[in-house]
Ligand binder design. Sequence first.
Ligand code: PXG
Length: 291
Amino acid sequence: MEPIVYIDGQYLPKKDAKISVFDHGLLYGDGIFEGIRTYGGRVFKLDRHLERLYQSAGMISLEVPLGQADFRDVILEVCRRNEVQEGYIRPIVTRGAGTLGLDPRRTERPTVIVIATTLAPLYEEKAEQGLRLTTSKWRRNPPQALNPNIKSLNYLNNILAMLEVIEKGMDEAVMLDMDGFVSEGSADNIFIYDGSTFISPPVETNLPGVTRETAIELIRKKGWDFREEKFRMEALYSAQEVFLTGTAAEIAPVVEVDSRKIGSGKPGEKTKELTASFKELVNSTGTPIYE
Ligand code: PXG
C-alpha cells in the first residue's frame, strides 16, 4: 500500500507528497514538529502532543493555520488512510514557502504536513539488554540561545551528539547543559534512581517529554519517591539505575555510561517494573483511530 501524506488540506500518495525548495523549514529549520506513537489502533497522549505542538509554535511566533480540534481530526484521518495499528505519527508545521531571505514575513503561509507510518520501537532489542551511553562533547543548546523546550526543526545540536554516538559505537548520548549538569539524551529524557528516589533534571534545559511526564505519573502511582533536581555526571555514574524516556525509546534501561557499569550492569529491577507498567498503559489507553 502506498503511504498517504497530508499536506495543506490534501491527502497525497507518498510519491506526490512534495513541498517547495523555498520552504523555510528546509532553508532555515524554521518550523516545529511532534513525534507521536500509536499502539493497537489508539494514539497515545494525542492531546498532550497537540498541546506541546501549539506551545512550540507559540514560542517561535508561528501561527498554526489549523485549530487544535481540526489538527486532531487530520491526524486521525491520516492514520485511517494508512491503516495504522502500531505506528508513528509525525506532524510538522513550517514557516512555509518564501523568499531566500530569512524574514518570516516573506513567506506565504505555514505548511502543515502529517506523516503516519507503521513502525517498530527504536531500541526494541537493545532496550531489553540495556543501552550504552556516551557523554557528548557538545552541550545542549542553552535556553538563552535556542530554548530546548521548543521541538523545532532545528535539530543540529542533537544530531552532532548522535554523530558522536555513532563514531563511538554507542546507543545514545548524554548531553550536558552549559553549567555541566545533565540535561537529556539526543532524543530522550533521562532519569536516575539513587537507591531511594527517582530524579530527573528540571525541564528548563531539556524538552518537556510526554513520556517523561508519564514515567513520573507511574513512579508516583507506585508510591515511589520522585523529585526534579539538577545533577552532574558523578550522580549518573554512581546511580543504582538509569533509564531514558521518549516516544521512540519508551522507557529504556541504561546499563553503561562512559564505559562505567551502572548498578549491576544489567537493566534495573525498578526500571523493568516501570517499563512493564508503561507497556500496560500504552496498550490500554489512547484515542481510538477507528470508531
Ligand atoms: N528530548 C528530545 C530532545 C527529544 O527530541 C524527547 C526528549 C522525549 O520526548 P517525548 O515527548 O517523545 O517523550 C525527545 C523526543 C525520532 C524521535 O524520530 C525523536 C523524538 C520523539 C519521537 C521520535 O528519533 N524526540
